[in-house]
Design a protein around this ligand. Sequence first.
Ligand SMILES: Nc1ncnc2c1ncn2[C@@H]1O[C@H](COP(=O)(O)OP(=O)(O)OP(=O)(O)O)[C@@H](O)[C@H]1O
Ligand SMILES: [Mg+2]
Length: 173
Amino acid sequence: MTRPGRTGAGAAWRKLARSAGETEAVGAALAEAMPVPADGPAILYLSGELGTGKTTLARGFLRRRGLAGPARSPTFALLECYGLGDLVVVHVDLYRLREPQELESLGLRDLARPGHAWLIEWPERGAGYLPPPDVIVTLSVSSREGHAIAAVARSPLGGSWLAATVEFFREST
Ligand SMILES: Nc1ncnc2c1ncn2[C@@H]1O[C@H](COP(=O)(O)OP(=O)(O)OP(=O)(O)O)[C@@H](O)[C@H]1O
Ligand SMILES: [Mg+2]
């Protein structure tokens, strides 16, 4: 584990997750550390090929925020919303989006509010129609050792978020 190279936009963190549980733990640390922006949702892009652990990470996030039941997969609905305490978590999977314009009909615009966190799988499919992220997490199956998780901050809020995530992760593992 490394500390972010710097804080603020551009801060980066890499971690090798050796099990699904470790991927969930990274999601949990992101959930624990998330600042609540005053002017809109906190936005996390989850990038990576099929089966690299995007939903697993989102599940870890949701559980840490208090989800007791199973995380529904948004593969077919494209979007699932969870009211968890004072946070609404919007879990989106755009894999089946046929064209980015279809995003308009998902109703994301109404969820672009403070007190909301957006976790977006396959954000590339919504290119041009999604707001920019605070943090991008890219997952890959790097070796038999596990899945590589690389996080980069893309806004000042994202920089604080990532720094706090690394801190939390260091303390909890
Ligand atoms: N670090 C890890 N090491 C080993 N297996 C993992 C790790 N993280 C997740 N997995 C496993 O990888 C499989 C795929 O995970 P998941 O469904 O989260 O991927 P995904 O990126 O959401 O895929 P999709 O693109 O199809 O939505 C699951 O069986 C999960 O348990
Ligand atoms: Mg998935």
